[in-house]
Ligand binder design. Structure first.
Ligand SMILES: [Zn+2]
Ligand SMILES: [Zn+2]
Length: 237
């Protein structure tokens, strides 16, 4: 979706009041600054999103023993009021939430690479949607999020590296193993030249199965993945 048509979407979904507390919103879109400030989580483990008492170190004790891992940056834990709102961009088409939530993620993400906790990504790759789903929803939320983040962080968005070649059943009712089976071979890399330092972008990480399937397809296409970024993560158990 181009920004002009996104603007029309936003106009239609623009609330006059904060989605969380219903107070009039005087600045920005969708959420008031009090709710945004209140919802700011402290440091979260960059592997499993568990709250950390302090950071560095940026991984919890359990995750520090894992040698193979890739940073996952999120703005909010999923199991919080703000995490629920992150899911409603896709489910309830609340596109007015994209600007404030992407502001929050961009700010947190940039602080992480400026402090040296993670590398700065070189390109953003949104999780693709199967072409049969696009007419139903009208937009790919991951593309809108990657565009908004790319603008804020001055990073290129590469939605030309990957396609979803198989329509999968909705993930939310499936177990972890069933999610992985559902997603196996669902994504395929295009013929594009290899890209390094990719950050895969989506709205929510629940088990991480979608992000892992996307990363595997990108790797098969010769690309190098550096990290994942989502608005909200439910990875903490
Ligand atoms: Zn509010
Ligand atoms: Zn952890």
């Amino acid at each position: 979706m181009k920004w002009s048509s996104l603007g029309q979407w936003l106009q239609r979904s623009l609330p006059n009041r904060c989605y969380l507390c219903q107070q009039p919103v005087d600045q920005g879109i969708g959420l008031c600054r009090w709710c945004l400030t209140d919802a700011e989580p402290g440091p979260l483990c960059l592997s499993c999103s568990t709250p950390l008492p302090q950071a560095p170190p940026w991984r919890c004790g359990r995750c520090q023993s894992r040698h193979r891992w890739r940073p996952l940056v999120c703005a909010y834990p999923y199991h919080s009021p703000m995490g629920y709102l992150c899911g409603s961009i896709k489910i309830h088409q609340q596109l007015g939430l994209i600007p404030p939530l992407c502001d929050a993620l961009a700010e947190r993400w940039q602080a992480l690479w400026e402090s040296g906790a993670i590398d700065k990504p070189k390109a953003l790759v949104p999780v693709p949607m199967h072409r049969s789903r696009l007419p139903l929803r009208g937009f790919n939320h991951a593309v809108l999020l990657a565009d908004a983040l790319g603008q804020r962080l001055q990073l290129p968005v590469r939605d030309d590296l990957l396609v979803k070649v198989r329509a999968t059943v909705p993930q939310h009712d499936l177990s972890g193993a069933a999610r992985r089976r559902n997603l196996a071979q669902a994504f395929a890399a295009t013929e594009a030249d290899p890209v390094e330092g990719i950050a895969v972008v989506d709205d929510i990480a629940t088990t991480g199965a979608t992000l892992a399937a996307v990363a595997a397809a990108l790797r098969r296409g010769g690309h190098q993945i550096s990290q994942y970024a989502v608005l909200a993560s439910a990875m903490a158990r």
